[in-house]
Design a protein around this ligand. Structure first.
Ligand SMILES: *[C@@H]1O[C@H](CO)[C@@H](O)[C@H](O)[C@H]1NC(C)=O
Ligand SMILES: *[C@@H]1O[C@H](CO)[C@@H](O)[C@H](O)[C@H]1NC(C)=O
Ligand SMILES: *[C@@H]1O[C@H](CO)[C@@H](O)[C@H](O)[C@H]1NC(C)=O
Ligand SMILES: *[C@@H]1O[C@H](CO)[C@@H](O)[C@H](O)[C@H]1NC(C)=O
Ligand SMILES: *[C@@H]1O[C@H](CO)[C@@H](O)[C@H](O)[C@H]1NC(C)=O
Ligand SMILES: *[C@@H]1O[C@H](CO)[C@@H](O)[C@H](O)[C@H]1NC(C)=O
Ligand SMILES: *[C@@H]1O[C@H](CO)[C@@H](O)[C@H](O)[C@H]1NC(C)=O
Ligand SMILES: *[C@@H]1O[C@H](CO)[C@@H](O)[C@H](O)[C@H]1NC(C)=O
Length: 835
């Protein structure tokens, strides 16, 4: 009964004081929303009239357990308010688990239980947890563009590429919780992607731009085998595609070393080039190129072949006797192994493999050793001939070069005198020794022995007295020998001597005669061939049965009949074979002639020649027209003229027959040919040409026309018979001007001036000579006169006179004297001298 009363009392008081006794939690907002990780302080204060009556003030967690922790470094702890009644609940770094309803309890005046509660709710803000701004997928793979978002409540995620919203789900793009999966990435997937997160309940909207760069793993373009040449520099290039551009590495497979670390090699990391300096034989082999970028790594192998220029390392000379067999072996190396051939140095063509088509004695073979890179070429010549002797060139060739080397084939043969079979006799006279020479052909060199009457001329027979040391001397034994014989006029030494040459292969001999040199005998026959008023041309027949030293000269002596003795006679000497012409004779005088021949021994016996009375003075002899040496003309034939509009005739000065020639007369006609008959038309006047000239240019001729020219020499007595020539001008288009460039060059002008000055000087000198007997010519004349008082004017036979101003024609020309044509060489024709 009492208890009920007390209860009613408390209720009455509570109701009375109801307005005052409570607990108040701050902050006041309900619920309290806080982001995960934030700090939070909940403060609970009593709101009572007498705070001193408050006791047991406490916080309870969401499970109704009292929170007792007071350590400041705990995630949650309590703390009393300083200075007043109240208790704080401190969260350091809220977690989601800590969300819930928290109660604050207290007792008031020991009777009243006070309580208040507050709800703490947490949330998580939108955050890009794993969404790098640059991402690099590899082409061909499936790639997830990462965009991991955190948020509570969880946001709605959308994807954009550029500004385009990507479809919810397509084959290409699949949204996943932590990113956007791109299947089968291609380079087209490059771009800026946007990952956007929206939380409608909170209105949060966040975006993240992600730059996607597709990477392509390297791909090495196919490489072929590489050929490099030993000793040269070379480079190999490895090219790879890829994004980003790959870097390169070169590795030699057998040594597994990175070539950028070796000294002869240089690797361009960025371009893939491999530079090989001074390539070595051992660089041959397999190499690996490695290309690498962030997307991948590939490698490929390539073969580098080191080619080696051919080299001939052995070629020995060969020696073999004639008719035997020999071979030249040419050892070569190179990579690829060279092809070997030979060439005789005197031939242009190299030998073909196998037997030669034109000479099957010669065979070329080659043997190749691939492993060693060697080729042996063999040139075999069977049944050797002397003509095979000589230098042979071995030629080794492969794709990178050629090499050459010479080898010699020596062909031995026994001595032979085949080239010097009929040796002329050797002469000895006046105590001169005979010099007998013996030179056999032989390889190897022959040694020589001389025999006289079957007795060997040598030391042994000198000693035993069979041959006399006084009479013989042998100079040299090999390869040439001279036998000097001193006969001292003993006939037994004028005989045949035998030269015997021998070498290992055989011997050969030759006989050489030593004869006594004698002066020539009488001249066989003398005839006067051509007689003019002042000249005679003789023909001489050598002494009969003449068989001795060659005749060097013939000499003639002549005197007028009335002169009794030969003592003061005039003589003239010709070399053997010259035209035997005497000139400057006096007309109508009778002369005696005698002749003698001379050889190296001396002169022979004089032979009397004919007695000749010179004819009277008469008209000159017929001039002889000169023709080009290459042309033979019969009487009626025509000479082809070299030009269509001009022609030059040239002639030899004829004999004047006692009266000086005054001038030449030239007349030319066109000839009309009527069947076999020729008719002269359009004849010119007789043209005079000064005796200073022995030529005359005809010009303004018609092309392709037959002309006849008559040439006469004139002296006080009259005209000679005419020399005639027919020529036909060349075909042509009218007269061609001789000098197409009339402007004279300065050199020509200077030449003309110099020539004029010289001519003037000569004329002045000539005048001085004629008038006063002074001047250069006078001096020269004086000197020659004094020296050769008895000599005649060293003039050539007048018939043989060279054209004065045609020195070019001197060497060989064909002369035409109207009857016959013969060649004449410009040798010394004759010389007057006293005997
Ligand atoms: C990926 O794309 C390339 C080029 O578009 C295509 O050739 C290939 O077949 C695709 N691969 C797959 C697995 O789809
Ligand atoms: C070649 O010469 C050798 C020795 O020099 C000899 O033995 C051989 O018989 C000769 N052969 C011929 C074909 O003459
Ligand atoms: C052999 O040599 C001679 C001269 O030494 C020559 O005339 C002849 O033609 C040569 N024979 C061959 C087959 O070469
Ligand atoms: C081979 O002969 C040539 C010419 O006769 C000579 O120059 C050369 O030195 C010789 N070679 C050898 C290896 O004897
Ligand atoms: C020399 O000539 C004769 C015949 O003319 C010949 O038989 C001989 O073989 C020749 N000798 C040499 C070494 O050539
Ligand atoms: C013999 O003649 C040769 C040339 O033909 C010459 O070299 C040599 O000196 C001469 N000997 C004598 C002793 O006259
Ligand atoms: C042969 O004679 C020549 C000329 O004298 C000489 O040059 C050569 O060396 C000689 N050969 C030999 C093998 O003696
Ligand atoms: C010219 O004739 C001579 C003798 O009749 C003859 O020996 C010569 O070969 C000939 N010359 C020409 C070029 O016909």
């Amino acid at each position: 009964m009492m208890k009920l009363f007390v209860a009613l009392f408390v209720v009455a008081i509570t109701v009375v004081a109801g307005q005052q006794a409570s607990l108040e939690i701050q902050p006041r907002s309900r619920p309290i929303r806080k982001e995960v990780g934030d700090n939070l302080v909940l403060t609970c204060r009593p709101s009572v009239p007498k705070p001193d009556l408050i006791s047991n003030l406490e916080w309870q967690d969401k499970n109704g357990r009292r929170i007792e922790n007071v350590h400041r470094n705990s995630p949650v702890y309590i703390q009393n308010l300083p200075g007043e009644k109240g208790i704080m609940l401190v969260f350091t770094g809220l977690t989601e688990q800590q969300a819930g309803i928290y109660n604050c309890h207290a007792s008031y005046a020991n009777t009243e239980q006070l309580s208040a509660s507050v709800e703490v709710s947490t949330f998580v803000d939108v955050q890009f947890v794993d969404a790098p701004e640059n991402q690099f997928p590899v082409v061909g793979t499936n790639y997830k563009v990462k965009c991991k978002v955190k948020g509570e409540p969880y946001p709605i995620i959308d994807w954009y590429k550029g500004d385009t919203l990507l479809e919810e789900n397509s084959k290409k793009y699949i949204r996943q919780i932590d990113g956007l999966q791109i299947s089968n990435v291609t380079e087209a997937d490059d771009g800026t992607y946007k990952c956007s997160a929206v939380v409608p309940s909170t209105g949060v909207y966040k975006t993240r731009n992600i730059k996607v760069e597709v990477q392509v793993p390297p791909f090495i373009l196919p490489m072929k085998e590489i050929q490099v040449v030993e000793g040269d520099s070379a480079s190999a290039k490895c090219t790879a595609t890829g994004k980003p551009p790959p870097t390169y590495q070169w590795i030699k497979l057998d040594r597994r070393n990175d070539l950028s670390k070796t000294d002869r090699f240089d690797v361009k990391k960025l371009t893939g080039e491999l530079i090989m300096n001074r390539v070595e034989y051992g660089d041959d082999g397999m190499y690996k190129c490695v290309a690498e970028n962030t997307a991948g790594h590939v490698e490929t192998e390539v073969r580098i072949n080191v080619l080696v220029k051919p080299q001939i390392y052995e070629l020995l000379n060969a020696t073999s006797p004639v008719a035997n067999e020999t071979r030249l072996l040419c050892k070569t190396k190179g990579r690829p192994p060279p092809k070997v051939t030979f060439r005789k140095l005197s031939n242009r063509q190299a030998y073909i493999e196998g037997p030669q088509l034109d000479d099957n004695r010669i065979r070329l073979e080659q043997e190749t050793f691939d492993d060693a890179g060697e080729t042996f070429g063999t040139l075999t010549i069977s049944n050797l001939n002397r003509s095979d002797d000589g230098l042979y060139e071995c030629i080794a060739e492969n794709s990178v070069g050629k090499a050459y080397k010479n080898g010699h084939i020596t062909v031995w043969f026994k001595p032979t005198f085949n080239r010097t079979r009929d040796l002329p006799p050797v002469y000895s006279w006046d105590g001169r020794p005979g010099n007998l020479s013996c030179l056999p052909e032989a390889i190897p060199n022959a040694t020589i022995v001389w025999r006289w009457n079957e007795i060997e001329i040598g030391e042994e027979n000198f000693r035993n007295g069979r041959v006399s040391r006084n009479n013989f001397e042998v100079i040299g034994r090999s390869p040439q020998s001279f036998l000097i014989v001193k006969p001292y006029n003993q006939p037994s030494y004028y005989t045949h001597y035998e030269c015997i040459a021998s070498n290992g292969l055989g011997q050969a001999s030759i006989k050489i005669q030593l004869r006594q040199g004698l002066a020539p005998g009488m001249i066989g026959q003398v005839r006067a061939n051509t007689v003019t008023a002042t000249t005679i041309k003789f023909s001489l027949v050598p002494p009969s049965n003449y068989d001795n030293l060659p005749i060097r000269t013939y000499t003639v002596q002549y005197k007028p009949e009335r002169q009794p003795s030969w003592d003061n006679s005039v003589s003239h000497t010709w070399s053997n074979g010259a035209p035997y012409i005497v000139e400057n004779l006096i007309p109508e005088v009778t002369y005696h002639f005698r002749f003698v021949a001379r050889n190296d021994v001396g002169i022979g016996t004089w032979t009397n020649g004919p007695t000749i009375t010179m004819p009277r003075r008469s008209v000159p002899a017929e001039p002889r027209i000169l023709l080009p040496s290459s042309i033979n003309l019969t009487d009626k034939q025509e000479l082809p003229g070299p030009y269509s509009d001009h022609f030059e005739i040239r002639w030899n000065v004829p004999a004047d027959n006692g009266e000086p020639i005054e001038f030449y007369l030239i007349r030319y006609c066109k000839i009309e040919r009527n069947g076999n008959e020729d008719r002269d038309i359009d004849c010119s006047e007789n043209i005079q040409q000064s005796i200073k000239y022995t030529n005359y240019p005809l010009d303004r001729l018609m092309p392709n026309t037959l002309y006849k020219v008559e040439l006469r020499a004139h002296n006080a007595i009259g005209d000679s018979t005419p020399a005639t020539i027919r020529f036909r001008t060349a075909r042509g288009i009218g007269p061609v001007p001789l000098d197409s460039n009339p402007q004279m060059s300065s050199a020509m002008i200077i030449g003309i001036v110099v020539a004029s000055v010289i001519i003037i000087l000569i004329v002045v000198d000539l005048t001085c000579f004629l008038v006063n007997r002074t001047g250069l010519i006078a001096m020269c004349c004086e000197r020659t006169k004094r020296k050769k008082k008895d000599e005649e004017d060293p003039k050539l036979g007048s018939e043989e006179k060279e054209p004065l101003n045609q020195p070019v024609e001197k060497s060989i020309s064909v002369e035409f004297d109207g009857r016959q044509v013969y060649t004449k060489s410009g040798e010394i024709i004759g010389k007057h001298s006293a005997v």
